[in-house]
Write a new protein. Sequence first.
Length: 325
Amino acid sequence: MSEDQLLYLSQADVAAVGLTMKEIVEALEVAFREKGEGRVEMPPKPGIPPGGGDNFIHAMPAYIPAMKSAGIKWVAGFPENHKRGLPYITGLLILNDAETGLPLSVMDCVWITAKRTGAATAVAAKYLARPDSSVVGVLGCGVQGRSNVEALNVLFALKRVMAYDVDRGAAQRYADEVGDRFGLEVVIVKEPREAVSGCDIVVTAGPIMKEPHRTIQAGWLDEGAFASLVDFDSYWHPEAMREADKFCTDDVPQLRHYQEVGYFQGIPPVYAGLGELATGQKPGRERSEERTMTANLGLAMDDMTVAPLLYRRAVKKGIGTWLPL
Ligand SMILES: NC(=O)c1ccc[n+]([C@@H]2O[C@H](COP(=O)([O-])OP(=O)(O)OC[C@H]3O[C@@H](n4cnc5c(N)ncnc54)[C@H](O)[C@@H]3O)[C@@H](O)[C@H]2O)c1
């Protein structure tokens, strides 16, 4: 390790570091408190749409002084990639030295994106879900369907997952893997409603669509339930979202930006950002019957919370490849 080198961490290296979901959830909660206190710099993400449609590549910079973390994620989402046998989300992250600006590390960002998004759901759930929540409905049994349950399992005594996917094979693979890994009962359901009604926590993690398919109708989400809209408002009918007593997001200004470019057209008024909940500026759940929701957009801050933890542990464990600057 010297000042004229950077550490390259491949996808396998990042996973080999062994950072736990518990560590990520705890670190992210600290980050949201920093954000709530106005101590995080995070300009809105610029993006380009190669090939058009719902394809994107976003630049996501953030600086978190308390964590001495500065850097940028360059992340692509190409919904048609599954037809090529390629992953939907791919990309790289550059971590800089916050004192000198020098690049410390370039790392694959797929693992980080998966884990921090699940962790952000868990942080939101800590403030918005009932503490005795034990049944989770998952719509979209992919990467996020897995990491959201992994993260929720850190904070809640989960018992059962009601799993829905348009692709039965994906639901079956999910049931086999998640059931074994977390010791949970996974019930594959045929109808989306079965993964909503009767659940304490609902995670929608299908494709993000500018034209939402609005499958989830008013009356489906139980009183007292919490929902995390990982795929934005794609799954939710506006009337169903309006049933929320508290509708939150991870970043209000970025939500407004997304509204300007055509997303989130049918959402109810926003009650709070997660930073306001984490600092106690606004109360989270106040009554057991409340319906609560968060539409987390996924923040550069989340990535820059996890990246320095990975980098430091990789250096300590001798993982990765040193490259000349
Ligand atoms: N908000 C955030 O911070 C954030 C971060 C990362 C990814 N995402 C979004 O999360 C979603 C899931 O990402 P992923 O990486 O898990 O993708 P993935 O491709 O791994 O999984 C998606 C799953 O959804 C299934 N699916 C497709 N249409 C469906 C439908 N209508 N109903 C139910 N299931 C359906 C697919 O069969 C697949 O199993 C994407 O929309 C992605 O853009 C959000």
